[in-house]
Write a new protein. Structure first.
Length: 767
């Protein structure tokens, strides 16, 4: 249900207006965009020829390019794919025997449809349906005979029967499964169904003939609920609003039910669940968007796949890869991220029942590593390729970016896993577990600064080698480990150096450009296999999230914002429509303004981290329902004047309006259906907590050198009114950080980059 945002602040505040002029309503963003899909239309020219993808939210996706399937790496995956196998690669349309050529069409992409308008007035509309292996292609404006034929390397025509055109895909090489495909024409519509038997396919087509219109409406309504109602966003910048809505929807498309609930790591290659990718993405994909039931299902799914055999070397690990037919456990970071994601879920949802259900999984996730994968110092040890930088040579499986045996990000994750486990144990009364795990976490923190940090050089080691040597290779993983340094004086110089060396205006590179192993281009045919560059220079947009978070935490939102804005521009104007890719080159090619996008065209963690940073660190909404609190720490950049939003928290909703226009700083928040302690953090004023009941509105305005804060009940009565003076301590801390980051800039390509020449080899994302 759409919340009526025209009244929610006015009712209680009109009553208080006479008593306090500061209680006037905060203006809404100019002409807020309604949360409908039509307003998200993206027109694509033939020259742009962008990628488009839809999923059925179960195990299938359809990928194409708007005009020509010419992508050198992706074109082979075009068409309809189910659970990792291509069924057909394309459909071919004709009118009166003349083929319709997409290259001549005007293409418009919506979150639920691809529309091509051909010369002569014929319009093609492609749609998928939720949870059904069914596509619909509709032709409008065609006069005469219309036909649709399927094409594909795995596809064989199987004749006509029952008014249907039949095909069989695959099944020629055991144990490859065979898919049965049929096409039915109903007036101007073509319905394409896939199944395992003819009876199954015929039944699906019969149901579609009756109900496809309803299925289409239900899908559209579901998508509009994701960007409206209890999860709503509008800003005074239409492009910002459109980008964030598109990112919400394309991220949701990757949440599927292929083998239980999960998140596809990326398309077209990774239409499977990766443990690390899933739990990096979970916050931005489900929690900030209010999809708590989905988050719960994903956590439960991975708990079922956890290795619970105490005799196994991987005892306690959640899988690295969940395929329809197999599980793989060769990763270290997926399991800590699983436990941390459970903590994040509890903070957003307040669902303690799930904690009780999954606590045995938490115990195994910690006790397994304590028994099998920790060193005498308490660090979590791992193999060279068991971090997220996992690329290996195909010839001998040696790591292209060796990070064994103790990487800095792994220790940071292990520390947080231990802390989360101790928190869970305390909640459930498992005092021995809580004490033991708290002690283990404290030991990691105590030793980390001594073993990883070089105070003279103000640098952080990327790893400790097997011989206990600190490897000071500069990689972005340091950003994850900064909290273990314990204070801003130590972490700020590391952040500054990392930002200026690795953070380009288009994303975060994986290796210092001054390193002899740096590769400025992900793809360099004939020079080296692409996996050699995968983590040795290539830019990964998911890393933008932690880079921007650290800068915002350091009070540098204006320095972080251009990177955020660049990602939005990519989502709206480059690559796959509405989403972000897996990777890009570190440097533009000569004569090109921006680096080329590479890797998977749509990557879950890239999208999700952009959404997470917006909600948690720009809007600054960070719930912790384990403590019954919501932190509100807005950090709007000067480029954003006004924001109106609603987010789900627990069983309730937090509605907000933020305004920075015309020199104002005004904030208003209302709690719907649930009471919380609301902690307001507006710099440079003291942080203050207010106990708010359901229906209360918290309003704050910076004026005349102070912050005026008022908590108003649903009946309009003032419950609390305070004026906060700037905190001298916070002002001094902010000034010190501003001085540390004065003049900081993005990294820029260096002249004459060295590009190694290596023999080509097969490139793949290793397991």
């Amino acid at each position: 249900m759409r919340i009526d945002r025209s009244r929610w602040l006015l009712v209680p505040l009109v009553l208080a207006l006479a008593a306090d002029v500061a209680a006037r309503p905060v203006p809404s963003p100019a002409a807020p965009m309604p949360p409908d899909l039509a307003g998200l239309a993206v027109a694509v020219t033939a020259a742009e020829n962008r990628a488009v993808v839809f999923t059925n939210k179960r195990s299938a996706y359809f990928y194409t390019q708007t005009h020509r399937n010419t992508h050198p790496e992706h074109a082979g995956y075009r068409g309809y794919n189910i659970a990792g196998r291509q069924v057909f690669s394309d459909y071919l349309l004709s009118v009166n025997g003349i083929a319709l050529d997409p290259a001549t069409a005007r293409a418009v992409v919506f979150p639920d449809a691809l529309v091509r308008e051909y010369p002569g007035g014929v319009t093609e509309t492609l749609r998928l349906f939720d949870n059904r292996d069914l596509l619909q292609v509709e032709l409008a404006g065609a006069t005469g005979e219309t036909r649709l034929a399927l094409a594909g390397d795995r596809l064989r025509a199987a004749g006509e029967a029952q008014g249907l055109s039949w095909y069989v895909a695959g099944g020629e090489t055991p144990p490859e499964p065979a898919d049965v495909v049929a096409v039915r024409q109903v007036a101007s519509r073509f319905l394409i169904a896939v199944g395992r038997t003819r009876d199954e396919v015929a039944a699906l087509l019969d149901a579609a003939g009756r109900d496809a219109g309803g299925w289409q409406g239900a899908r559209r309504a579901r998508l509009e609920r994701l960007i409206g109602g209890d999860h709503y966003l509008a800003t005074d910048d239409p492009d910002l609003t459109r980008a964030l809505r598109w990112l919400t929807l394309t991220t949701d498309a990757l949440i599927t039910h292929q083998r239980g609930a999960g998140i596809y790591a990326g398309l077209p290659w990774f239409n499977e669940y990766w443990g690390r990718d899933t739990f990096i993405a979970l916050g931005g994909a489900t929690l900030v968007t209010g999809q708590f039931t989905t988050a719960r299902e994903i956590l439960e799914s991975f708990a079922r796949f956890q290795d619970l055999d105490p005799r196994s070397q991987f005892y306690g690990r959640v899988p690295n890869i969940v395929r329809p037919e197999s599980l793989d456990y060769h990763t270290t970071d997926g399991t800590p991220r699983f436990v941390i994601a459970l903590r994040d879920y509890l903070r957003y949802s307040g669902d303690r029942a799930l904690l009780a259900e999954l606590y045995p999984n938490v115990v195994a996730s910690i006790e397994g590593p304590l028994a099998n994968w920790t060193d005498p110092s308490g660090y979590l040890v791992h193999r060279d390729n068991e971090t997220w930088m996992d690329a290996r040579r195909s010839s001998d499986l040696s790591a292209y970016s060796p990070r064994g045996t103790r990487a800095n990000d792994i220790q940071a994750l292990w520390y947080e896993q231990l802390r989360a486990g101790a928190e869970f144990a305390s909640t459930l009364g498992a005092t021995d577990d809580a004490r033991r795990w708290s002690d283990a976490a404290a030991r990691v923190r105590e030793r980390f600064r001594r073993d990883f940090y070089d105070p003279a050089g103000q640098r952080l080691a990327d790893r400790l080698t097997e011989g206990d040597v600190a490897d000071y290779t500069l990689r972005p993983n340091a950003l994850f480990a900064l909290p273990l340094l314990g204070d801003a004086r130590a972490s700020a110089p590391v952040l500054r150096r990392t930002w200026q060396s690795l953070v380009f205006p288009w994303g975060v590179a994986t290796l210092d450009p001054g390193d002899p192993n740096f590769h400025p281009y992900h793809l360099a045919a004939g020079r080296y296999p692409k996996d050699e560059a995968y983590h040795n220079g290539t830019v990964w947009p998911w890393l933008d999230g932690i880079a921007m978070q650290r800068m915002i935490e350091a009070g540098q939102v204006e320095r972080a914002w251009p990177l955020f804005a660049r990602m939005n521009e990519i989502a709206l104007g480059r690559g796959v429509v509405g989403g972000l890719p897996e990777t890009s080159d570190a440097y533009p090619h000569p004569g090109e303004p921006w680096p080329r996008l590479t890797g998977a065209f749509l990557q879950a963690w890239s999208n999700a981290e952009q959404l997470r940073i917006w909600y948690q660190y720009v809007l600054g909404v960070r719930p912790d329902l384990a403590r019954g609190e919501i932190l509100l720490a807005p950090r709007l950049p000067s480029a954003v004047g006004g924001v109106e939003f609603a987010v789900r928290v627990g069983d309730g909703v937090l509605e907000g309006r933020l305004d920075r226009r015309a020199g104002h700083r005004r904030y208003a928040y209302r709690l719907v259906r649930q009471a919380f302690g609301v902690t307001l953090d507006v710099e440079p004023y003291p942080i203050r907590t207010f106990q708010a009941a359901a229906g209360d509105t918290l309003r704050a305005q910076a004026r005349d050198g102070g912050l005026e804060v008022r908590l108003v009940s649903s009946a309009g009565a003032t419950k609390v009114a305070v004026r906060l003076a700037p905190s001298p301590e916070r002002q001094r801390a902010a000034e010190a950080l501003d001085a540390e980051f004065r003049g900081v800039h993005f990294a820029s390509p260096r002249l004459g980059p060295a590009v190694a020449t290596r023999a080509p080899a097969a490139a793949r994302r290793p397991g």
